[in-house]
Design a protein. Structure first.
Length: 181
């Protein structure tokens, strides 16, 4: 039972071991979330360092030392991981603001400034409001494409729309926090 910090019940001496700790590579790239007991082992062995302590502070004590339970740790040595493209089921529902943020307010057809969202497979043809079927679009491209597929309109997509990855969201937060400090 691993729980994320934002969903943590009150941490006690009975459950701290199951708390989730974000593990970063030496380059500050988010790798995964690990259990707190594994994070403590990495810290004590010198393989990692604390980037951010958990709030409120929760001390982990032994006879000879005290360590504050971390929220985020960073490996001291870079670990190379082969990047793999994962196929996700993108049939969860999406919203207009979330699609615009995911696509960085750029049109998926011309890369111009986007204020609207287009159904790749039109709603009139059974297209759902899902991450994989919605893309940010400028008004001109959205109007030009109209009630057609990109192939029918001769407007190929510049990228394949996908559901945002939770780890990518956390990575963006880490970079934002690092830039602010």
């Amino acid at each position: 039972m691993l729980f994320r910090h934002s969903e943590d019940p009150e941490i006690t001496t009975d459950n701290w071991i199951h708390a989730g700790v974000l593990l970063l590579n030496a380059s500050f790239e988010a790798l995964t979330e690990i259990r707190a007991d594994r994070a403590v082992v990495l810290l004590l062995s010198g393989a990692a360092e604390t980037v951010q302590d958990r709030r409120p502070h929760f001390p982990i004590r032994s006879k000879h030392m005290e360590l504050v339970l971390p929220e985020t740790i960073r490996l001291n040595r870079y670990i190379y991981l082969e990047h793999r493209i994962l196929v996700h089921d993108d049939d969860s529902r999406a919203t207009l603001p979330a699609i615009l943020r995911r696509d960085n307010y750029r049109c998926g057809y011309c890369a111009g400034w986007a204020r609207t969202v287009d159904h790749i497979r039109p709603r009139s043809k059974g297209g759902p409001n899902t991450w994989a079927n919605l893309i940010a679009a400028c008004g001109t491209c959205n109007t030009s494409k109209a009630d057609r597929t990109p192939e029918e309109a001769g407007m190929p997509l510049l990228w394949e729309p996908k559901a945002p990855n939770e780890m990518q969201k956390r990575q963006r937060r880490i970079w934002k926090d690092l830039a602010a400090s």
